[in-house]
Design a protein around this ligand. Structure first.
Ligand code: TUI
Length: 314
């Protein structure tokens, strides 16, 4: 199903892998790009030299287009953007903020820019400032989240902008992909499902926790500090919730999370590690190669979407 998003990004299937801090390494990004989607290296909170090394590693692993996700709350965001302008990956996706000031320099470097947004106003602002597409991420997603659900956010963003819209948050399988396209999206972004891929470098305990997760296990902490994060319920999230209930200071709460992703990803600490994952974790059942995961989202999807269109008025 080649469409305008595939044309824009030079990919075979309209699927982007979510930019998961720590989890989205060069290996994962390259595997997704080799499978026909767009892989993203997550810069997360990493310094610029680490991101440069990841970009170069990814180039060795794939000759297909790939991107970098820049987490704008990172203290290194500015220097990471500078490295991106020098290294020129095909795409930059941004999260957790407004990338406005970077759009022009990125465009001048020939890098496509896809901001993740969680509201209609932000989508319109990004279009006006020259973004190539937007990734509309619903609250079902993992990690740092907005408030609106995927099913409500996507059609509103589709109606509000003319650039391609990528639907994100809760898309665990082909049913979710069909729903996203029915809502008018041009593509999907998938994060959690790719944690459980052969090529994902996350500790096996992290992958096992995603597979074990049930419907109510992906909980939100940090609402009180204004930076809500969705992760799998464990000792760490319970500790967060206790501190929030006791009205602890933002510093105390934030201190608890320091190093949490590293503990989960590298050490496999499923109790005090931050097992960021979306609500779709409950639908992930097995570890498979990225290429197979991508194919499973798109098998026969054209005929399914054609049938839907024949039977409805949109
Ligand atoms: O960024 C994400 N998800 C993330 S970032 C992350 S790293 C992290 N580590 C520890 C604590 C907190 C974060 C883990 N997961 N998703 C994209 C996303 N962006 N979701 C929501 C937004 C967003 C929110 C506000 C985008 C723009 C925005 O605009 C704010 C403004 O400036 O108006």
């Amino acid at each position: 199903m080649k469409n305008r998003l595939c044309e824009l990004l030079g990919i075979e299937y309209p699927i982007i892998q979510g930019g998961m801090a720590w989890v989205a390494t060069a290996e994962l990004a390259a595997a997704v790009s080799n499978g026909g989607g767009l892989g993203l290296i997550a810069a997360g909170g990493a310094p610029a030299d680490v991101v440069r090394a990841e970009i170069r590693k990814c180039r060795e692993l794939t000759d297909k287009p790939f991107g970098v996700n820049v987490m704008l709350m990172s203290p290194f965001a500015e220097e990471v953007m500078q490295v991106i302008i020098e290294e020129k990956p095909a795409v930059v996706a941004t999260g957790a903020g407004n990338p406005g000031k970077y759009i022009e320099p990125l465009k001048n470097a020939g890098v496509k820019i896809l901001p993740v947004i969680a509201s209609v106003a932000m989508a319109q602002k990004m279009e006006k400032q020259g973004a190539d597409a937007v990734i509309a991420e619903g609250t079902e997603a993992g990690g740092h989240i907005g408030e609106i659900t995927t099913i409500c956010l996507t059609p509103q963003v589709v109606d509000a902008v003319n650039i391609p819209v990528v639907c994100a948050g809760g898309i665990a399988d082909k049913r979710g992909a069909v729903a996203a396209f029915a809502l008018g999206a041009d593509g999907i972004q998938v994060g959690t499902r790719f944690i459980c891929s052969d090529e994902c470098m996350a500790h096996e305990n992290y992958k096992a926790a995603v597979i074990k997760a049930k419907d109510r296990d992906a909980v939100v902490t940090g609402r009180s500090t204004g930076a809500p994060v969705r992760a799998l319920k464990n000792k760490l999230t319970k500790e967060y919730q206790r501190l929030e209930k006791e009205n602890a200071t933002a510093e105390e709460i934030e201190q608890l999370g320091v190093g949490g992703l590293k503990r989960a990803f590298l050490e496999g600490d499923t109790q005090m590690g931050s097992l960021m994952a979306g609500q779709s974790a409950a639908m992930v059942k097995e570890i498979e190669p990225c290429a197979d995961i991508i194919r499973s989202y798109f098998a026969d999807i054209d005929s399914i979407l054609t049938k839907i269109k024949e039977n409805t008025n949109f």
